[in-house]
Design a binder for this molecule. Structure first.
Ligand SMILES: [Fe+2]
Length: 190
């Protein structure tokens, strides 16, 4: 063992238009800008779910001009998030369309009500929703998936099963079926 104890702290993503991304994460996701570096980097913090809020959970960095040019040459500069949505199969695992190797970034909300309000708000804005609300088998958490302006899928999640070091259940092997990804109908309580 090299690292003895740790938790996930923050995620850093590159984006096409930092101002557009800041607007999305502050306006839609209710995050706040903690600091900025020049005009190409921003640090964002989530609304405090606990009392000990940290300086940032996200670092947003604008692609360099060279990187933007490369994206343009590959025809990937302009994104149509709705078009992505239409390509989704109706059933099965989340199958989130992505613009890169990051499959999704998950944020925790306190309860099902938070998920429901977000789904309603996104619907009102005409913002695409990829999946959900539903409930995953592994983790038993409620989920909602939608894209940020760069197509990075965002997951809102609530009520994840607790896995204490002492007294937790052993790891389980789940079948690769749509029901494993969404066991909503089996949910005992929200
Ligand atoms: Fe997830």
């Amino acid at each position: 063992m090299v690292v003895e104890n740790m938790g996930l702290d923050h995620v850093a993503i590159k984006v096409r238009d930092i101002e557009q991304t800041i607007e999305f994460y502050t306006d839609v996701m209710n995050m706040e800008v903690s600091d900025r570096i020049g005009d190409s980097v921003a640090f964002l913090r989530t609304p405090a779910v606990s009392e000990d809020a940290d300086h940032h959970e996200m670092n947003i960095t604008q692609y360099s001009d060279e990187e933007l040019e490369a994206l343009e040459q590959r025809g990937e500069l302009e994104l149509d998030l709705h078009e992505f949505n239409e390509e989704l199969p109706e059933n099965g695992p989340p199958m989130l369309p992505t613009t890169g190797p990051i499959y999704h970034i998950a944020f925790e909300v306190p309860d099902y009500d938070g998920i429901k309000r977000a789904a309603d708000g996104l619907e009102e804005r005409g913002h695409p929703i990829y999946r959900g609300p539903g409930r995953h088998g592994p983790g038993n958490n409620i989920f909602l998936y939608f894209p940020d302006p760069d197509g990075y899928p965002i997951e809102l999640t609530a009520k994840m099963e607790e896995a204490p070091e002492d007294g937790g259940r052993p790891a389980q092997q789940w079948p690769q079926t749509p029901e494993t990804w969404n066991v909503w109908h089996n949910a005992e309580q929200l």
